[in-house]
Design a protein around this ligand. Structure first.
Ligand code: PLP
Length: 393
């Protein structure tokens, strides 16, 4: 017999992937330039030249070094390079022992959830949220507790988190810059959240952990992304190079258990245990070396900034309302009817492919991934206008 949960997760199709596949079919039928696919978060900006240069250097290595297993937490020089880069940026004093290299943010977050929760415990997520969180929480035997973000700003509503905390709460997951809303949590928001968690910890033996999922940290438009461990000490940071260096298919990232986390000496072995239990073995050797070489490489956000500008200006002039996106490459827009799925079906008539908000745990909105070619955005604008006009008729 197959495992029922695994069967269910494998058999159900991801809404986002389904829309993407529909887009491919439609492009084959009517031409690629006539379909406006906003479904995926696949970076459209090329990886920096430094990535290729690093790969070419690594190719000179003997095969056993180039392709061999690395230690489970990663190559020491790579972990040191990551720690030193964080120290330069955030004035911290991390060492290689605080860094565990992973197979991207999906691995970082799923390992961290497994490391920090026991069956029957609860993990709070801020809705709308990245849908895989619920899958990983379920796999760890814990319960996913959805807490709505502030519906005006899409910042964390700290009082709503306070109301959702129970003696079984093990962790809270935050994701800033946020997928799907593009909101970047301010220092005030994080201070308020830290105050709520610290107050709850006063009555508990084990603290509530904050899992800070940050694959979009560098993709911001002129705002600060505060360093969360310096605001709340029981924070574990999950990161990946999928978005910042445009390497989503290469699967490389890290978990940081800061040496300032009071339980770091128990949390880090639990992270290692989760990686072992989940069968990750080690992060790809070649791309660990790329990380060491490119750790301070800036992300190229100019193209996303231009896309964001043209899209937001046009949509607001057609009467759409959206959350001002300070980061990531997503726009969170109010659907023109209550049923976001019905809205997205209607958008298909104009060859527009947004993702309905139901996939992210809330009704009434849709997400646009603007990490696509500028020309696709510009060519799609008349269709967005026609769709809005259609609703006014
Ligand atoms: N977390 C968030 C918020 C994401 O948006 C994504 C990918 O889109 C991931 C995690 C997974 O990233 P990765 O490709 O590095 O596993």
């Amino acid at each position: 017999m197959v495992n029922d949960t695994m069967f269910a997760r494998g058999a159900e199709s991801s809404v986002i992937r389904e829309i993407f596949s529909y887009g491919l079919e439609r492009k084959a039928q009517i031409g690629a330039d006539k379909v406006f696919d906003y479904s995926l978060g696949n970076p459209s900006v090329p990886a920096p030249a430094a990535v290729r240069a690093s790969i070419e250097r690594s190719l000179q290595l003997p095969s056993d070094q180039l392709h061999g297993y690395t230690p489970a937490p990663g190559l020491p020089e790579v972990r040191t390079a990551v720690a030193e880069s964080l120290n330069r940026r955030f004035g911290t004093s991390y060492g290689m022992g605080d860094v565990f290299m992973t197979v991207g943010a999906a691995a970082s977050v799923s390992m961290t959830i497994h490391a920090l929760t026991n069956p029957g415990e609860e993990v709070i997520v801020i809705a709308p949220y990245f849908p895989e969180y619920a899958v990983w929480i379920e796999k760890a035997g814990a319960t996913c507790v959805e807490v709505l973000a502030d519906q005006g700003t899409f910042q964390v509503d700290a009082q709503a988190v306070a109301a959702a905390i129970t003696p079984r709460t093990a962790a809270v997951i935050i994701d800033s810059p946020n997928n799907p809303t593009g909101a970047v949590y301010t220092r005030e928001t994080l201070d308020a959240l830290a105050a709520v968690l610290s107050a709850a910890n006063a009555d508990r033996d084990e603290p509530i952990y904050l899992i800070s999922d940050e694959p979009y940290r560098e993709i911001v438009y002129g705002v600060e992304v505060p360093w969360v461990p310096s605001i709340y000490e029981n924070t574990v940071v999950c990161y990946s190079y999928s978005k910042s260096l445009s390497l989503p298919g290469e699967r490389v990232g890290w978990v940081l258990v800061p040496n300032t986390c009071p339980n770091a000496s128990r949390v880090m072995p639990a992270i290692a245990g989760a990686a072992r239990t989940l069968g990750f073995v080690c992060a790809p050797a070649l791309f660990q070396r790329v990380v060491a070489d490119c750790v301070d490489e800036p992300s190229d956000v100019a193209a996303y900034a231009r896309n964001r500008e043209v899209l937001t200006q046009a949509l607001s002039s057609y009467g759409y309302t959206y959350v001002e996106p300070d980061g990531a490459f997503y726009l969170w827009v109010k659907a023109l009817e209550d049923d976001a799925e019905a809205f997205c079906e209607r958008a298909k008539r104009y060859e527009l492919l947004p993702v309905p908000s139901n996939s992210f745990g809330v009704p009434g909105w849709f997400r646009l991934g603007y990490c696509i070619d500028y020309d696709v955005i510009v060519n799609s604008l008349p269709a967005w206008k026609q769709l809005a006009d259609d609703y006014r008729r």
